[in-house]
Write a protein that binds this ligand. Structure first.
Ligand SMILES: *[C@@H]1O[C@H](CO)[C@@H](O)[C@H](O)[C@H]1NC(C)=O
Ligand SMILES: *[C@@H]1O[C@H](CO)[C@@H](O)[C@H](O)[C@H]1NC(C)=O
Ligand SMILES: *[C@@H]1O[C@H](CO)[C@@H](O)[C@H](O)[C@H]1NC(C)=O
Length: 341
């Protein structure tokens, strides 16, 4: 196994012939949140983490979340008004709008591992593949070793600001059908039709359930379409095709390509220009990615204050358990690091 590491969170390692790229989500560990000044009745978005799923059936997992909320809020109606996302594939948990005292009550229930206020992160940009010696023309590099074949048929989930599917980086010419294990969807919407997904961009989803419409910039599009540019940049950095003779207005001419240029991409738009990347949305995107059959997640975001790695790399026993294992382990550790309920 070879492993390289860059601050801001880019890790790559080879394991069992599969090349894995994991851009780490950098989250603040040391900032315990301030709850003193909020009114007893004002509601905030909280993330409730319950650890491993207690049911194979995802609907039963969600039903158990509704049950917990109803036991505190008193009615199914209130529960449906309060819950924003139910996390039910990679782990069990939910996000919900709660008062501080309701959050405390839930934290006291058996089986609840952690309750914390939702955090908003920002998109970041990380260093180049050359730092990791992952040059595509490096015949002795990780990419060509171990039959990885430039990431052929690896599915990279990119959690960011969406995608500009027309880019040559995502041309699907020469690609076969998506790997049969793929279970994701192409969520169509404004400026994003069914033909925006192809054999390169094999799936796309978007997340805005916790966003008050008034805080969405007027230029935002409620679909996987990228209006910011960051998501298109990170997706092509992780898995874009090799595109020769490109330049930025004639400057910096050269070849653009991703670290794993033959990989397939699954797009999860959870970040917005002004609304940032909320933890509630990021976790839902990760949860869906686990369901969809993503092999590797790419996140290029960080905390507003203190940046430390929360999602550390973990050796991957099987493709599917990577996001699950990483998230579960990290959240458990996070819990012990933070002074919460
Ligand atoms: C994709 O690439 C192929 C081969 O280079 C080219 O013929 C085709 O026009 C491209 N498709 C798009 C949508 O640009
Ligand atoms: C917010 O936007 C969504 C999606 O367009 C829409 O369904 C909803 O009614 C809007 N809510 C408000 C309060 O405007
Ligand atoms: C790139 O551009 C140069 C100069 O315009 C040209 O000579 C070369 O053939 C081009 N290469 C490719 C792969 O298109």
């Amino acid at each position: 196994m070879a492993m390289a590491q860059a601050h801001g969170g880019l890790h790559a390692f080879i394991n069992g012939g599969v090349v894995v790229f994991l851009l780490l989500l950098a989250l603040p560990l040391q900032t315990s949140y301030v709850i003193g000044h909020q009114s007893q009745y004002s509601k905030k978005l909280y993330i409730v983490y319950l650890g491993e799923r207690q049911h194979e059936d995802a609907d039963l997992v969600t039903a158990s979340h509704h049950e917990i909320l109803t036991s505190i809020l008193g009615s199914k109606d209130e529960t449906l008004k309060s819950i924003v996302y139910s996390y039910r594939h990679g782990f069990s948990g939910f996000s919900a709008r709660l008062t501080q005292s309701q959050a405390r009550e839930i934290a006291g229930l058996p089986g609840v591992l952690r309750v914390a206020e939702n955090q908003i992160y920002k998109t970041h940009t990380t260093r180049s593949w050359d730092f990791l010696q992952l040059g595509y023309d490096n015949k002795n590099g990780l990419l060509t070793e171990a039959n990885s074949n430039y990431g052929e048929d690896i599915i990279i989930g990119v959690i960011d600001t969406g995608i500009t599917p027309e880019s040559a980086s995502f041309n699907d010419s020469g690609y076969g059908p998506p790997p049969s294990r793929w279970k994701g969807i192409c969520q169509v919407g404004p400026s994003f039709g069914a033909n925006s997904c192809n054999r390169k961009i094999i799936g796309a989803r978007w997340y805005a359930d916790d966003i008050d419409n008034s805080t969405l910039a007027p230029t935002e599009i409620l679909s996987p379409r990228d209006t910011d540019g960051h998501g298109t940049h990170t997706a092509s950095t992780a898995g874009g095709n090799i595109v020769h003779n490109v330049s930025f207005g004639g400057i910096a001419a050269g070849t653009a390509r991703g670290g794993a240029p033959r990989a397939r991409l699954a797009i999860y738009k959870a970040c917005w220009s002004e609304a940032g990347c909320s933890e509630a949305r990021l976790l839902k995107a990760m949860d869906d990615a686990v369901h969809d059959g993503v092999d590797v997640l790419s996140l290029s975001i960080g905390g507003p204050i203190e940046i430390q790695a929360l999602f550390t790399w973990s050796p991957m026993a099987s493709r599917l358990c990577m996001p699950l294992g990483t998230m579960d382990q990290s959240l458990r550790r996070w819990r012990t690091h933070r002074r919460g309920y």
